[in-house]
Ligand binder design. Structure first.
Ligand code: ADP
Ligand code: MG
Length: 258
């Protein structure tokens, strides 16, 4: 297991009130059911780590939360608002929910600073000076402020992923979704990204994190959600889940990780 930096562990910011509420969510791709009756409540300030085998529906779950995918049945509310199908409400929702993927997805032809100011300028309507000030604060927070004038290809994978996190934070999201944010990184760069995520968790950001990094889950998660074949099979606090998994499928999954 990876040892993360000397951050505070499992600080409880969970306020109990729902930021994300998924009720009886089903998702079909044609005849194939990728999500089966998903019920999930994420409180404001809570960090939920989603784990499970490949193909179990983790990415689809994230994508329905920020409406990159529609649901086939059930409902999702974010901060009390039902997910809109389209229009201005959808644009607002997208900027309320930040998402960081496995691939860094930075714009290659824009500088690091321009990547981070783009959303605030275009979507939040900030003036250039204000957007740049915000961007520099966020780049400093993730430790890449000296790279501001460079282009993505000039940065390491770990630095690019931290820029991607800063770019999401620039939209002042209520919720951050991370879908295997360290899976494409060389091993020596994984911790710098996980440390940034632990810091965010410590600051009280509400986060849903799909990851195979069990050290991160133990350190930062308030709850672990275990998925298999489109279903939520088990939900537990991390120590409980890792030391005493209840289902055969979770036991089997954990035994293969070691
Ligand atoms: P995970 O992220 O846990 O690996 P995914 O959510 O990506 O799993 O996928 C869950 C299942 O849904 C897989 O069997 C996958 O092939 C299927 N799936 C995902 N996206 C699509 C799509 N756009 N069209 C058809 N099937 C899909
Ligand atoms: Mg996935």
């Amino acid at each position: 297991m990876r040892s993360l930096g000397a951050m505070t562990a499992n600080v409880r910011h969970d306020t109990g009130d729902a930021l994300v509420e998924m009720k009886d969510v089903d998702k079909f791709f044609g005849d194939f059911q990728a999500l089966k009756n998903i019920n999930l409540h994420v409180s404001r300030g809570e960090v939920v780590v989603v784990i499970g085998p490949s193909g179990s529906g983790k990415s689809t779950l994230c994508r329905t939360i920020n409406r990159l995918e529609t649901v086939s049945g059930g409902s999702i509310t974010i901060d009390g608002q039902k997910l809109p199908e389209e229009g201005a409400g959808l644009a607002r929702l997208r900027s309320d929910v930040g998402m960081v993927f496995q691939a860094f997805n930075l714009f290659a032809h824009l500088t690091i600073l321009e990547n981070v100011t783009l959303g605030p300028l275009k979507v939040r309507g900030l003036k250039k000076a204000a957007a740049e000030e915000l961007a520099m604060q966020l780049l400093a927070r993730v430790g890449v402020e000296h790279q501001a004038q460079k282009y993505p290809a000039q940065l390491s994978g770990g630095q690019q992923q931290r820029v991607a996190i800063a770019r999401s934070l620039a939209m002042k999201p209520k919720l951050m979704l991370f879908d295997e944010p360290t899976s494409a990184l060389d091993p020596e760069m994984i911790n710098e990204v996980l440390d940034t995520m632990v810091e965010l968790a410590d600051e009280g950001m509400t986060m849903v994190v799909v990851t195979h990094e069990m050290g991160f889950a133990r350190k930062a998660a308030h709850r672990v959600v275990f998925m298999a074949e489109g279903e939520i099979v088990e939900v537990a606090e991390p120590e409980e889940f890792f030391t005493n998994p209840q289902s055969d499928r979770a036991q089997d999954f954990l035994s293969k990780l070691l």
